[in-house]
Design a protein around this ligand. Structure first.
Ligand SMILES: [Zn+2]
Length: 137
C-alpha cells in the first residue's frame, strides 16, 4: 500500500518536482538575501528620515490637508518597507534553520525561478493558488 507522498511522486513526472536549494547554493542565497536586506534597510531609513523631516518642518503648526496626506503616504511606505525588511529577515532565518526554499504549508520545494523572483517566498505556487481560491470562495 502506497502512502500519499509516494502516490504523488508517482503521479507527477520527476522533472516537475523542483529540488530545494542545494547546500552548495546556500552561500549564494545568503549573499543575495543580505544584499536585499541592506537595500530594504536603506529604503526604510530614507523613508523614516523623510517622514521625520516632513513632520519637523511643520514647526508645531497643524498640518494642512496636503501635508497630512503626504505624511500619511510616507508613513504607509515606511510601514510597507518595515514589513519587507522583516520578510527578508525571516528568509535569512529560514536559511539558517534549513527550511529555506520549502513551502511552509505543504513542505514541497519552491521552484528556483520563483525564489529568484522573490527569495522571501514562503509558499509554493500550488499553495498560493489554493489560498486565492479559498479567499475567493
Ligand atoms: Zn505548498
Amino acid at each position: 500500500m502506497m502512502t500519499a507522498p509516494y502516490a504523488l511522486a508517482a503521479a507527477v513526472p520527476p522533472q516537475a518536482l523542483p529540488a530545494p536549494p542545494s547546500p552548495a547554493a546556500l552561500p549564494a542565497w545568503h549573499s543575495l538575501l543580505e544584499e536585499r536586506w541592506q537595500q530594504r534597510l536603506n529604503t526604510l531609513t530614507e523613508l523614516a528620515l523623510a517622514y521625520h523631516d516632513a513632520a519637523e518642518s511643520r514647526g508645531g503648526r497643524p498640518a494642512d490637508t496636503a501635508e497630512a496626506a503626504r505624511l500619511q503616504r510616507l508613513l504607509r511606505k515606511a510601514t510597507a518597507a518595515r514589513r519587507a525588511l522583516g520578510e527578508t529577515e525571516d528568509a535569512l532565518a529560514r536559511l539558517s534553520d534549513g527550511s529555506f526554499g520549502r513551502c511552509e504549508q505543504c513542505s514541497q520545494p519552491i521552484p528556483t525561478t520563483d525564489l529568484l523572483a522573490e527569495p522571501e517566498a514562503r509558499y509554493c505556487p500550488g499553495c498560493v493558488a489554493g489560498s486565492w481560491v479559498a479567499l475567493a470562495g
